[in-house]
Design a protein around this ligand. Structure first.
Ligand code: NAD
Ligand code: 6OD
Length: 504
């Protein structure tokens, strides 16, 4: 009996998404798999168990990769471009129709404020399918004519073909948004996918299986396996020889491990990894705008955004004013349940991540930081005391080589450093192993254009933050990643470019 057949009885048993028992989605059906292993799904708001998640091991991963390979050869591979991209528009429409189901699932997994999830996570989760379907439909390919000695010439033209079976490994901070950011272009380019969502936040990825079935995406095109990284679904998937390319979002260290796995078979990788992003605030900024933007870039999503600002450099004449205003902003944040009126700061994703953030708060004190505000666990009502809460925190006074200034915390915290000259600010901003994003705050556009290209990062925002046009290149320099996704840039990874040369 084949592995796919072995999994069949379970697949029959659970063909609907269940919020309390998250299953794999393989070949168009939900399945508990055969591993017999489950782990708990914990609500970071309260620390309470909200369900179980089935863990995939080799057999489940094999079945998912096999289904994805068969779907490539089957109906999916035979669809016209218009049929394929119409289906992806239907996927987006169906996510929007089931907006509330996605919202509830995302909030239950992450604990993030409803206002945030309903404005960013779910709408972008849907938009990622439409934008990339349209990009693929409208993208030209290159052609070259050249002369030949017989005078007849030759013509070269390029065709883009799907790369094959793509493994998508996604993190927990923006679960639906970051998973569809990869599944959208992968499917638009004609690939099939096996997704391994974060073990912390599997629900919206699982729910997407129902959407795929509802709109008629053929079985095997979109598959999901749940579990952890090492010795679990993540490692088995990225090491699987049936996978043609791996697109990953997560920590740099994990990206290194996956890149090593991808070296066997010379498989292509796309890596979107960590950051320690600078914000540079010049004295000629609009201070209200700079504070509003920096508040978002430091504290949004409890600081768990890869593009977030963890190092703020402020020109000395406005340093004290800036610190005082940011402190007032941080102390005005409202921590609470996702649905409580006015909540704009949720918990960290897990007790483990809460401890990591708190350990950096302690390290900052040991390294000699002045704690302007925060630095510990907030006082929460009794029903929330078991949650993964951390105080929004502002630090000053550290040297540029302190670990807290060098290492990614991925929490609601920043260090603010004064500077005197533009060159000094640029040098400090670039003095990091990361190179993901930066924000510049100035009303002097000449300065903005002069400084922006000198920053060694993939994305610079001027007088804004996380303002996203999905046609633009997205990715990081240095230890923040390999490659660019977004718009046509993702074609580099999601397609195989083939040149055809015709002697005329
Ligand atoms: P993580 O690296 O711990 O996990 C990411 C995913 O990789 C998870 O699904 C995890 O199970 C899986 N994984 C872990 N070890 C693996 C292994 N050995 N083999 C295969 N899969 C494995 O990251 P995280 O904690 O989920 O996310 C936070 C990190 O992600 C931060 O560093 C943040 O900066 C980064 N991030 C980057 C971007 C970006 O676009 N550059 C976006 C969001 C988050
Ligand atoms: O907006 C996006 O497309 C994107 N990839 C955002 C990443 C956010 C990181 O946490």
């Amino acid at each position: 009996m084949s592995l796919a057949q072995e999994l069949e009885p379970q697949a029959q048993a659970g063909t609907r998404f269940r919020v309390d028992e998250v299953m794999h989605f393989i070949n168009g059906a939900y399945t508990a798999g055969t591993s017999g292993r489950t782990f708990d799904n914990i609500n970071p708001v309260t620390g309470e168990k909200t369900g179980i998640i089935h863990e995939a091991l080799k057999p489940e991963v094999d079945a998912a990769v096999t289904a994805a390979r068969q779907a490539l050869r089957g109906p999916w591979g035979k669809l016209s471009l218009a049929q394929r991209t119409n289906l992806l528009h239907a996927v987006a429409d169906e996510i929007n129709r089931r907006f509330d189901d996605f919202l509830e699932a995302e909030i239950l997994d992450t604990g993030k404020p409803r206002s945030l999830a309903s404005h960013i996570d779910i709408p972008r989760g849907a938009a990622n399918f439409k934008v990339f379907a349209d990009t693929v439909k409208n993208a030209p390919t290159e052609a070259f004519e050249f002369d030949t000695p017989d005078g007849n010439g030759a013509l070269n033209y390029a065709v883009r073909k799907p790369k094959g079976v793509i493994a998508v490994i996604s993190p927990w901070n923006l679960p639906l948004l970051l998973m569809t950011w990869k599944v959208g272009p992968a499917l638009a380019c004609g690939n099939t996918v096996v997704v391994k969502p974060s073990e912390e936040t599997p629900r919206t990825t699982a729910l997407l299986g129902e959407v795929m079935n509802a709109v008629g995406v053929p079985p095997g095109v979109f598959n999901v396996v749940n579990g952890f990284g090492p010795n679990s679904a993540g490692a088995y998937l990225t090491e699987h020889p049936g996978v043609d390319g791996i697109t990953f979002t997560g920590e740099t260290r994990t990206g290194e491990i996956i890149t090593q796995a991808a070296a066997i078979g010379l498989r292509h990788v796309s890596m979107e990894c960590g950051g320690k992003n600078p914000g540079i605030v010049f004295a000629d900024c609009d201070i209200e705008k700079a504070i509003e933007g920096t508040m978002r870039s430091v504290f949004a999503n409890c600081g768990q955004v890869c593009l977030g600002t963890e190092r703020v450099y402020v020109e000395r004449p406005i340093f004290d004013d800036f610190v005082a205003r940011l402190k007032a902003g941080a102390e005005g944040l409202k921590l609470g349940r996702p649905d409580a009126p006015g909540t704009n700061l949720g918990p960290a994703i897990s007790a483990e991540h809460q401890q990591k953030i708190l350990s950096y708060y302690e390290l900052a004190k040991e390294e000699g930081a002045t704690v302007i505000t925060g630095g510990g666990i907030p006082e929460m009502p009794d029903d929330l005391k078991g949650g993964a809460w951390v105080e929004p925190t502002i630090l000053t006074g550290l040297s540029e080589d302190a670990r807290v200034v060098k290492e990614e915390v991925f929490g609601p915290v920043c260090h603010i450093q004064p500077f005197d000259t533009e060159d000094e600010a640029i040098a400090m901003a670039n003095d990091t192993r990361y190179g993901l994003a930066a924000a510049i705050w100035t009303e002097n556009l000449t300065r903005a254009h002069r400084v922006a290209p000198r920053l060694d990062v993939g994305i610079v925002w001027i007088n804004s933050w996380f303002l996203r046009d999905l046609r633009t290149a997205f990715g990081g320099a240095k230890h923040s990643g390999i490659g660019r996704e977004g718009g046509v840039h993702g074609f580099e990874f999601y397609t195989e470019l083939s040149n055809i040369c015709i002697k005329l």
